[in-house]
Design a protein around this ligand. Structure first.
Ligand SMILES: [Zn+2]
Length: 202
């Protein structure tokens, strides 16, 4: 018998595309698509409209890489922040989570990922050059490496730590009240604020 693909072609394309997202497989892509199809049509269209708007308006801050609707984000343009400390995170959502703890009042730097040889993500793919440039230009005194406590996050922190040895900055690593293997986004605010307070000098 001829092997006929009975999945509607647009449905298949969307599932194929979403399956490529980091952390997504075909199953979660299918779930997303089915949920969308089950939504009341008006709500689904509104969601797609919002996604479109997000793509038009949200982009990385020119200075730190944090997702923002402005050219320079609210943190970079806030002169009440401590401008001598930078907290380095993998993604914007890590910074949003840390921000909720209210224990950190410095600046952020978003790497846009983490080193992952398996996925072909190298240092050149990350926002590292800009970090070094900011440390010099802003005369940064302390760098807190708050990449995730995962194998890749550790490797990324170690890599940046090595680069910073040539500079006169204090480098610390977020403390491990956070279980190894978890991502910051999923850590509760209390644990995360403790991890920041008990950061370890490297
Ligand atoms: Zn910024």
């Amino acid at each position: 018998m001829e092997n006929k693909d009975i999945i509607p072609i647009t449905l298949k394309k969307i599932i194929d595309d979403i399956s490529q997202f980091q952390g997504y497989g075909e199953k979660s892509a299918q779930r997303f698509t089915v949920n969308l199809l089950k939504m009341p049509r008006g709500e689904a269209i509104e969601l797609i409209r919002t996604m479109n708007k997000m793509l038009e308006t949200v982009h990385p801050c020119k200075e730190c890489g944090l997702y923002t609707e402005k050219e320079i984000c609210d943190i970079c343009s806030d002169d009440k922040r401590n401008r001598s400390v930078i907290c380095v995170v993998e993604e914007s959502f890590d910074a949003f989570t840390i921000e909720k703890t209210q224990v950190f009042n410095g600046l952020y730097h978003i790497l846009g990922g983490r080193l992952s040889p398996l996925e072909g993500i190298t240092a050149e793919d990350l926002n590292i050059k800009k970090l070094l440039e900011r440390i010099d230009r802003l005369n940064i005194k302390e760098v807190i490496l708050a990449t995730n406590p995962t194998v890749e996050g550790e490797a990324t922190a170690n890599y940046i730590h090595t680069l910073l040895k040539k500079k006169t900055v204090v480098v610390s690593r977020i403390a491990y009240g956070i279980p190894f293997g978890t991502v910051l986004e999923n850590v509760d605010e209390y644990t995360l604020s403790k991890a920041l307070e008990n950061k370890i000098k490297l």
